[in-house]
Design a protein around this ligand. Structure first.
Ligand code: FES
Length: 357
């Protein structure tokens, strides 16, 4: 069986056994779906119990595919679909009532080359989007969740960057806009350290402030913020074939050496310790035999394994529950399928060293 067949079979298995509430975002942002359902204001595609299959959203004959995460009431989506009839657009919106408004807008304008899905953006990329299938991802004015206790609800983190990089075709683009200067800095830091994404200043210059229906807007927020003369931050990242030049050259120069990554007494007993080694994100676990080191990226869809739970010498992926043996990386949910990548570890005194090569 090919790797993609294993992937599909295992994903189906996980979905079939997943309780309905598992689809809810940990932040609880999707709880209002029930009340929206009661009012009847739902779009055609709602991923409240399980993921909506990709082929029920995107027609088989679709050529270039672009996704807008957080399409709101569909201002950009409808304009983009109108201006680029050769492209198929998918709008993702966590609020079902806004998603329904987006869908009405598309219908009113006769746009048949776009669809709206009421879903959480992160879950949509994790569960639905086939790898390498998307030409552009648009994310305009994501909620900055300024309160400290709400930070975990932010869209941009290492895991989300990996999911987007996986979804993009080589050369595909991620376009981001925000008025929040601090959040923009954090987005740049997150995307700047992501493998397979590199900032494309050329494309930013090409698009400038906004190309209506193509890049950065118009959205309801962009129009409002322009009127208020708020800062307008823009960035474009391109999906590269390989790890960035910086990461590659560092690895080549140093991959035969042991690198100290953590102190032994800093590794917890019942969860992983995320560490970085020469630009690579790794995670350390305590095992019966000592310390295990895995790449902090699930081989299925790239979830951070450091956010999973440790049970009986295995790490359980936080996204779809695949289990990986800590010592070998082997996937015990479906033996023989994609293992998690492991690295050699050496412990000296209280220091942990890892060898990447
Ligand atoms: S990302 Fe799907 S099981 Fe890990």
């Amino acid at each position: 069986m090919s790797e993609s067949s294993w992937d599909a079979a295992l994903t189906e298995l996980i979905r079939a056994t997943m309780p309905a509430h598992e689809r809810m975002h940990p932040s609880g942002r999707l709880r209002f779906r029930a009340s929206a359902r009661a009012r009847g204001s739902l779009p055609r595609h709602v991923a409240d119990r399980s993921a909506v299959p990709w082929d029920s959203i995107v027609p088989a004959h679709a050529g270039q595919i672009e996704i807008e995460v957080g399409c709101g009431k569909g201002t950009f989506l409808a304009e983009a679909a109108r201006q680029q009839p050769e492209v198929f657009f998918v709008g993702i919106e966590a609020s079902p009532s806004y998603a329904a408004q987006s869908e009405h807008r598309l219908t009113d304008r006769g746009c048949t080359n776009a669809a709206v899905v009421a879903d959480d953006g992160r879950l949509f990329f994790a569960d639905t989007v086939p790898p390498g299938s998307v030409a552009k991802v648009h994310i305009y004015h994501p909620d900055p969740w300024p309160k400290r206790r709400h930070r975990k609800r932010r869209l941009f983190d290492r895991q989300f960057a990996r999911l987007v990089a996986t979804a993009l075709a080589p050369g595909g683009k991620l376009l981001v806009a925000t008025d929040n200067t601090r959040y923009f800095g954090e987005i740049l830091a997150t995307l700047g350290s992501a493998e397979r994404l590199r900032r494309s200043r050329e494309t930013e210059l090409h698009y400038g402030d906004e190309v209506a229906g193509v890049a950065f807007g118009p959205t309801n927020f962009s129009q409002k913020y322009r009127a208020e003369e708020r800062p307008r931050h823009r960035a474009v990242y391109a999906r590269t074939e390989r790890a960035s030049i910086r990461e590659t050259s560092m690895t080549q120069a140093e991959n035969s050496a042991w690198t100290r990554v953590a102190a032994l007494d800093g590794v917890p007993t019942d969860e992983g310790l995320p560490v970085e080694c020469e630009g690579k994100e790794l995670v350390l676990f305590r095992t019966d035999d000592g310390i295990a080191c895995l790449e902090d990226s699930c081989p299925h869809r790239g979830a951070a394994l450091s956010e999973g739970k440790v049970r009986d010498g295995e790490i359980i992926c936080p996204w779809h529950g695949w289990r990986f043996v800590l010592d070998s990386g082997e996937c015990s949910t479906l033996p023989g399928s994609m293992p998690a990548k492991t690295f050699t570890v050496r412990v000296e005194s209280n220091e942990i060293f890892v060898k990447l090569g």
